[in-house]
Write a protein that binds this ligand. Structure first.
Ligand code: ARG
Length: 601
């Protein structure tokens, strides 16, 4: 295998400039022109735009203060930040976006957007599709390493978090036109295979390959072999030799390994299917052949040293080095991750590599990333590409505030959680008489959408770094910030539109949106902020930002609906269009969060 030089680090900004961009970026563009006109000698100043207190306007440009400190005392024509703010406002190019500008405090420029422009933008989206509101990121290709369970061990709630968070990040980046490799870095190459294979051989002495049923519950199989490994020294010795035979590629061992992996894989696949998550497996074993040459590259850079019989990379500021070759000469988790990172950068040409694991692994990734920087594979600066990000998350807690376990103190099985969420939702629907109203299929599908959606949303709505408490009662509540509440809110909007009896496709073309009432305007503005929220969620890898937006959207809608009559009013057409736009944006949010929308309740 030939190795190519490491991908060249290059600097690219995250947003493509030719794209009209998000609301915020469109404003930034206008202020950029104004900045150049106002202070032509400070060309590298970036416009600082932020949403502002609604009392003063919609957005604010905050450049005046810092500009003042730059030009003060240099014979500037301006007498203070306020004057700079005034000039910034005066020099704004004419635009349909802006209704008015005001100056406040030390030169803040407050912008009130034009209602008509907001309305037209929404109508345009209704006609051209929500895809036109996708932020365009300049990153062309990303690898997201998520889910990644360990073969023969049950997937636990930590893997559920990784699966749910990783899938959402993948969906958001895909929506933003990034080519995403959804990578399942399964643990299929550990020393645990020695004991698994020996145990398999003992159970099937004639070398006959076992059927699925024979291994049955892989978790139990794993436990049985582990118990023997710990208590029987003869078995232990054989298991250790088996690892060598497996890694040496001995046919019989390879076959047994393949089979164990295959059974595990089928188990995972069922969970992924139920969650609607797609992943592409490249397990640890895949990178094994690359490890020697990758370590050689690092060695050539003088990064690898001998320490207590092992080969290690010392990282400044860390107490322990990164071990890349163990005392016994074997490779480990870190050597695999270095090879995988090399592969993703050089063979897959990924510009952004994202790892989704619990926060406990942060240290490991920091060391791997630093090693890659020292080797020159990655630029030293964090704002340059290619880059790597560790997306850490906290623990799932039980209602007792301790690490989440079931009664039997075993790890919680994912499938059981999904089953329970679904059956609880189904019971509620039946209680509401839906089994008479709907077909059996509709009942099943709705129970699934709501149940699985509730589990996902309960996880995603929190900042991922915090621990969260797993509670069916909380997540399945139809009030408050839950998927159930949001899905019902969406279904209610759909029912309002249905009951109006109007042809929405026709209205989109012939009607116009007007935002005369303040609650209409507030809802309209919130809709228009969708793109910048997705952009922020992508840039900071924070799904909770999108959840918060969705929840606020629903709140804005409720406010609008309680003050503005829709059906039968003289504003009916405009308001129905606003309802439709809300439903469209909500559905896109659901889609990005991996939640299946429901249309009736
Ligand atoms: N298999 C690991 C675990 O269960 C997660 C792997 C994460 N990805 C990686 N490239 N190390 O903890």
């Amino acid at each position: 295998r030939r190795f190519f030089p490491a991908a060249k680090a290059q600097s690219i900004s995250i947003m493509a400039s030719e794209n009209v961009g998000t609301l915020k970026q469109q404003l930034a563009k206008l202020f950029d022109e104004s900045l150049r006109a106002t202070i032509p000698e400070e060309l590298d100043v970036e416009p600082l735009i932020a949403a502002c207190n609604p009392k003063f306007g919609d957005y604010q440009c905050n450049n005046a203060m810092s500009l003042w400190t730059k030009v003060k005392g240099k014979g500037s024509e301006f007498k203070g930040p306020q004057a700079i703010g005034q000039a910034l406002s005066k020099n704004l190019p004419a635009s349909e976006m802006i209704e008015s500008c005001g100056i406040a405090g030390p030169g803040f420029v407050n912008v009130v957007l034009s209602r008509q422009w907001i309305a037209e933008s929404i109508q345009k989206m209704l006609i051209d599709g929500i895809g036109t509101w996708a932020p365009k990121l300049l990153v062309k290709r990303a690898v997201i390493d998520f889910s990644s369970p360990n073969i023969a061990k049950e997937m636990h709630v930590g893997h559920l978090r990784s699966t749910i968070i990783g899938d959402t990040l993948a969906r958001m980046l895909e929506f933003s036109n990034v080519e995403v490799r959804r990578r399942n870095h399964v643990g299929d190459w550990g020393t645990q295979f020695g004991m698994l294979i020996e145990h398999l051989f003992d159970k099937f002495p004639n070398g006959e390959v076992a059927s699925d049923q024979a291994i049955g519950d892989l978790e139990a199989f794993y436990k049985a072999s582990k118990q023997r490994f710990d208590s029987d020294s003869g078995f232990k010795e054989r298991a250790q030799k088996a690892v060598v035979s497996l890694q040496g590629g001995v046919d019989k061992y390879r076959k047994a390994w393949t089979q164990i992996c295959e059974i595990s894989r089928r188990g995972y696949e069922k969970v992924y299917q139920r969650l609607g998550v797609y992943l592409e497996e490249k397990g640890e074993s895949f990178y094994n052949p690359y490890i020697p040459s990758v370590l050689e590259l690092l060695s050539q850079k003088g990064l690898i040293e001998e320490s207590e019989g092992a080969r290690v990379i010392f990282i400044e500021g860390k107490n322990i080095p990164l071990i890349v070759v163990k005392k016994d000469g074997g490779y480990n988790y870190a050597s695999t991750d270095l090879a995988a990172l090399w592969y993703r950068l050089n063979e897959e040409k990924a510009e952004w590599i994202i790892y989704v694991t619990d926060v406990g692994q942060r240290e490991h990734f920091e060391m791997v990333f630093t090693a890659a920087k020292l080797a020159g594979w990655l630029p030293a600066e964090d704002n340059k590409y290619p880059k790597t990000s560790h997306v850490g998350f906290g623990l799932v807690l039980g209602e007792d505030g301790k690490r989440f376990r079931t009664r039997s103190t075993e790890v919680v099985r994912l499938v059981d959680l999904l089953d329970e969420a679904k059956s609880r939702c189904k019971a509620v629907l039946i209680e509401r008489g839906k089994s008479e109203e709907w077909t059996a299929d509709e009942l099943e599908q709705t129970a699934e959408a709501v149940g699985y959606g509730a589990i996902k949303y309960a996880d995603l709505k929190n900042n991922r770094l915090t621990n969260y408490t797993f509670s069916f009662d909380q997540m399945l509540n139809d009030k408050g910030n839950t998927a159930v509440y949001l899905l019902y809110a969406h279904a209610r909007i759909c029912s309002i539109i249905r009951k109006s009896g109007k042809d929405l496709e026709e209205l989109k073309k012939t009607g116009t949106i007007e935002l005369n009432h303040q609650d209409e305007r507030a809802l309209g503005l919130h809709l228009l902020q969708f793109a910048e929220v997705v952009e922020e969620a992508c840039t900071n890898l924070l799904p909770n930002v999108l959840c918060e937006y969705l929840y606020n959207l629903s709140e804005n809608y409720t406010k609008f609906y309680s003050t503005c009559t829709v059906v039968g009013s003289k504003e009916e057409t405009s308001r129905l269009l606003l309802c439709e736009a809300t439903a469209v944006v909500m559905r896109k949010c659901f889609h990005l969060l991996g939640i299946t929308p429901v249309y009736k309740i």
